[in-house]
Design a binder for this molecule. Sequence first.
Ligand SMILES: [Zn+2]
Length: 112
Amino acid sequence: MNTKSYPLLTHCPICHSLYATEDVKLIEQKEDAKLYHSFCHNCGHGLLAYVLEVAGGISSIGLITDASGTDMVRLAEYQAISGDECVGAHRLILENSRGLCQRLLDISGKLA
Ligand SMILES: [Zn+2]
């Protein structure tokens, strides 16, 4: 697929500025599916675009993100997090919310 022929990979969906060629990166590719990250220098938003080539057309999903292209390349190499791990993290945070909040306040106080 030519990225220059697909609007999601040529224009920022927030401010409609044109992306520079170097601001659109292919992060991951599997069979007919590709994951791109683009960054808009005009408004500062990033976009993750999951593009699926199907018979007779292209389907896509876009997600605005503050993650950089470098972050996305790094994260694509990690194993996916399971639903059980998400639930476990949620429970851990709930059970330790007082200590977590105190730690975050301590950290923000040190940075202020
Ligand atoms: Zn923009």
